[in-house]
Design a protein around this ligand. Structure first.
Ligand SMILES: *Cc1c(COP(=O)(O)O)cnc(C)c1O
Length: 392
């Protein structure tokens, strides 16, 4: 088998840490009970494991364990939060706010609610990807019921000012949801200090398994009312029915526990990312997308002038596994809505590379990938000299 490219697409998904797999395995076979079975030891064992994961998540984000609702991932958590709030609070107001740069798992539920008659405001961001707090403050109206702003962006890694947004929302009596799929166990999250009412997380961006996540739902100051979106056996305080997926829940807890214990990981990723960026800057016409410092340490997103985005990815695909600003959805090719929201013209949005460095990347891989990108760009520019980059 030919050698596979080096994986640097950690914002799409991450490999499961072998320690997470090890923690999960007994719950497929030996401890296979249904956590809702209260009449025998099989159920109790599974319930104890679920309880432990709930506890780990609660400690990670500073909430109480009964405020954690397990879901199939961040997409479902976002849907539960957004539709659940809309359905519970529509008599108080039908205006909901989010950002133009959110993940589709937030934007699409917003569009759906717009089709039902809710009024949706998608705020623009500044050229560095950050929300303008003054613009947000102006957008909140007496009939606004929800603000949803992501913690860390999945394309440009930008970290939004959660504590400032939370304080503003609580002062104005508006609920605050944050999609923390890319942030959990990578940056500090504190639902009390940041006054967050609802927070979505997922395991597979942080070295846990796919198909499991959770929604934090505030129960006091204020108590958030949420309409369930999946009805059935009444699990998760009736907010999300369905037999709890014990092995995945164990994996989610273990992944978060490991993420928190790897305290120097962010520093290590930041050093590799900075090394990569400084190498790539030896090329002319390379533009950083997103705020230079207020971003995830493993994230680098650049646009490259004078090359075709598709040709660039094709040229690199045997060397490094990356995403570009065009392949954001497998069903249609369009420039990234995040990069166009930053004001990048379409060709630059297409000709972009998103790096997501992670736990299993090494400095040696950076030294291998950076020169390969540089020579690929140079070769493409030579083949098509009409589109020369501007000199800086
Ligand atoms: C990956 C991701 C999601 C979707 O999470 P799933 O668990 O795959 O459903 C949502 N929001 C952001 C910001 C993401 O990065």
């Amino acid at each position: 088998m030919s050698q596979r490219p080096i994986y640097m697409d950690g914002h799409a998904t991450t490999p499961v840490d072998p320690r997470v797999v090890e923690a999960m395995l007994p719950f497929f076979t030996e401890h296979f009970g249904n956590p809702s079975s209260i009449t025998h030891a099989y159920g109790w064992e599974a319930e104890a494991a679920v309880k432990k994961s709930r506890q780990i998540i609660a400690e990670a984000i500073h909430c109480s364990p009964d405020e954690v609702i397990f879901t199939s991932g961040a997409t479902e958590a976002n849907n539960l939060a957004i539709k659940g709030v809309a359905e519970s609070y529509f008599q108080q107001g039908r205006h909901i706010i989010t950002l133009a740069t959110e993940h589709r798992a937030v934007l699409d539920p917003y569009d759906y609610l717009a089709s039902l008659g809710f009024e949706v405001t998608k705020l623009p961001v500044q050229s560095d990807g950050l929300v303008d707090l003054e613009v947000l403050s102006q957008a909140i109206r007496p009939d606004t019921i929800l603000v949803s702003v992501m913690a860390a962006n999945n394309e440009i890694g930008v970290l939004q000012p959660l504590a400032e947004i939370g304080a503003m929302c609580h002062e104005k009596g508006v609920l605050f949801h944050t999609d923390a799929a890319q942030a959990i166990a990578k940056i500090p999250l504190d639902v009390e200090a940041m006054q967050i009412d609802l927070m979505s997380i997922t395991a597979h961006k942080v070295y846990g398994p796919k198909g499991i996540g959770a929604l934090y739902v505030r129960r006091r100051n204020p108590r958030v009312k949420l309409a369930a979106q999946i009805h059935g056996g009444g699990q998760e305080r009736d907010l999300r029915s369905g037999t709890l997926y014990t092995p995945q829940i164990v994996g989610l807890g273990k992944a978060i526990e490991l993420g928190l214990s790897e305290a120097s990981e962010g520093e290590r990723l930041g050093e590799m990312r900075d090394r990569l960026w400084s190498q790539l800057q030896t090329l002319d016409g390379v533009i950083l997308n997103g705020h230079p410092t207020q971003r995830l340490p493993g994230n680098l997103n650049i646009s490259i002038e004078g090359v075709d985005g598709n040709a660039l990815l094709l040229g690199l695909q045997s060397i490094v596994a990356l995403s570009s600003g065009s392949a954001c959805s497998s069903t249609h090719i369009a420039p990234s809505h995040v990069l166009t929201a930053l004001g990048r013209p379409e060709p630059l949005a297409y000709a972009s590379l998103r790096f997501g460095l992670g736990r299993f990347n090494t400095p040696a891989e950076i030294e291998q990938v950076a020169p390969a990108i540089i020579s690929t760009v140079q070769a493409l520019r030579q083949a098509n000299p009409k589109t020369k980059p501007s000199r800086r």
